[in-house]
Write a protein that binds this ligand. Sequence first.
Ligand SMILES: [Zn+2]
Length: 163
Amino acid sequence: MNRVRQHRHVEPLAPALALLPPRIAEMVRCDVFAGADPVGAGLHRYVEASYGRSYRSTCHVAYEMHQEHLPRGDRAVTLVLPEVPTVAVVVHELGHVLHAALRLEPQPLPVTEYALTSGGLEAFAEAFAAWALPFGHGYGAAKDRLYERDRATVALLDELAVP
Ligand SMILES: [Zn+2]
């Protein structure tokens, strides 16, 4: 579902994509739903997010498996931005999109506390953010952990980045 209600919600998309190698930026092309409540709009029916937050107002990615109430042709991996994201949040969410493109493989080691939530689904997005973001976006320690402990994931991402 492509729907952008408020332009300022998507402004961080361009600088986030500019940080990614072109081949990966191509792999994370997806629908974008921004500036509104995705549950109210019928994109999906999940409300409760981790840490007591609501998916109505929290940035996330809706996979096709979360849209089973929609006709098959209307389902698409969708970047959902109900709030104005930071560049780091967008890169994290694009990590979920890339993970979907990789059929939810692999499961990297957790590089942040948040990587331990959602049954391991956050681990890839957090590892991707640590890999893709330059220092200064809050993932410095995570980047160090990724390069020290999970060279397999670094190698996979490096390989995907090569045309
Ligand atoms: Zn996430």
